[in-house]
Design a protein. Structure first.
Length: 144
């Protein structure tokens, strides 16, 4: 896979992450679950920033960035803070897999950026009650 294809794949994943995190944030009470609300808000802002960075990178390469879809599959049972946390953790694990893939598909500055994104995602896994992993996203990567 070329770097451009890997960037497009990662951009598509970020479009989905922004969409799902917006949904999860809308199902979370700032007063009842302030820690979860803050974590979702921070994650949303990070993924939105990455989406915008990937869009600029592709545009600078002379490529039309992949557009977002009109809608995404969303979890149906996110009525409790525990369910929201579980879905946010699953989303971050998926993003870790995507960034591990991007690290392996890029070089130079793009690879350095992807490595930082993977590191930050691994830290965010802990925020959503994940466990530390030697290589975040490795288990899901093997399934590809």
């Amino acid at each position: 896979m070329s770097e451009v294809q890997a960037l497009q794949t990662t951009l598509a994943a970020e479009h989905a992450a922004v969409y799902v995190l917006g949904l999860l944030g809308g199902r979370t009470s700032q007063s009842a679950s302030p820690g979860l609300f803050t974590a979702l808000n921070d994650s949303y802002a990070t993924h939105r920033g990455r989406r915008d960075h990937l869009t600029r990178t592709l545009t600078d390469l002379g490529v039309v960035p992949a557009p977002s879809q009109a809608a995404y599959d969303v979890p149906s049972d996110v009525g409790t803070p525990e369910a929201v946390t579980r879905e946010a953790l699953a989303l971050e694990r998926s993003c870790a897999t995507t960034y591990a893939f991007l690290v392996g598909s890029t070089t130079g500055d793009l690879r350095a950026w992807a490595m930082r994104a993977l590191q930050m995602t691994a830290v965010r896994l802990l925020v959503f009650r994940g466990t530390p992993e030697m290589f975040p996203g490795e288990d899901e990567q093997a399934d590809r």
